[in-house]
Design a protein around this ligand. Sequence first.
Ligand SMILES: Cc1ncc(C[n+]2csc(CCOP(=O)(O)OP(=O)(O)O)c2C)c(N)n1
Ligand code: SF4
Ligand SMILES: [Mg+2]
Length: 313
Amino acid sequence: MSDYTLKTMMNKPERLAPGHRMCAGCGATIAVRAVLRGLHENDHAVIGNATGCLEVSSFMYPYTSWEDSYIHNAFENAGATLSGVETAYHALKKRGKLKEDVNYKFITFGGDGGTYDIGFQSLSGAMERNHDMVYVCYDNGAYMNTGIQRSSATPMYADTTTTPVGTQSVGKMQNRKDLANIIADHDVPYVAQTTFTQNFIDIHKKSEKAIYTEGAAFLNIMAPCPRGWRYETAEIMDVCKMAVETCYWPLFEVDHGNWILNYEPKKKLPIEDFLKSQGRFKHLFKPGNEHLIEEFQAEVDRRWEDLLYKCSK
Ligand SMILES: Cc1ncc(C[n+]2csc(CCOP(=O)(O)OP(=O)(O)O)c2C)c(N)n1
Ligand code: SF4
Ligand SMILES: [Mg+2]
């Protein structure tokens, strides 16, 4: 593909049918639809999906929203299942048991809980073995389906049901794990971080690249959840924009070891511009909590400088 304009991309056939039970405006379904637009029209996919909001709401046997083959996985083995399917496919193709002109791609979707935490070992194994597959994490920064519990992707100071803000607590005490960096350290052919911005050009390009790069690829997509983050549904695009403009969620890719920064804000905005859009950070704006925002900013700055350094080499 060379034309990634929204008009062209939106005219592609949908591979996730409407009628599923995700909340209106959920970032997870937006992520899935964008990723699957990266598939060339005549190609097929085998989709793996770890348990989570996306899985329980899009596939309720005998109903499904998925137009492609679909396997529901436990958290722990989402990476392993698709690496097994991919291996079997290539073995059968080699023996001439599958049609030559039919192409399948292998894509796993997992939430942050299923990816950063519970399924991390099978993801790491699949990446290290360099299976020809894409693992997509839709990162909404908590275990949303079971009631907004913190995960290792939850940002510091977020108010969740297991890190509740109160007289004795200012929210989650730890910084979020930087999973894109960790997977890049596996030396896989392609790793990228993206979200919904720039008329979806960034996510569409990276999805196609991830799907058609030979070997293992990992996409980390910030996929906001209006319920857990506590913002009005229609504000999703502003929330994503602020994540990128404050450098909380930088857009970058690591293509065969080459670190590339895809967007550098002309003027990096203060982290307050991202935090104030969401109820989960409301307490940070109470008088006396200014130092918490300063600490948050310092961590964003540290990670941003680290990324600039990697991309400058
Ligand atoms: C091993 C295991 N532990 C716990 C659960 C219960 N459970 C189902 S969905 C879910 C939340 C998943 O969170 P995440 O992966 O971030 O996806 P999200 O719900 O946020 O989309 C949990 C904990 C489970 N199904 N399996
Ligand atoms: S709770 Fe959040 S992640 Fe789950 S379906 Fe609703 S918006 Fe999506
Ligand atoms: Mg989640």
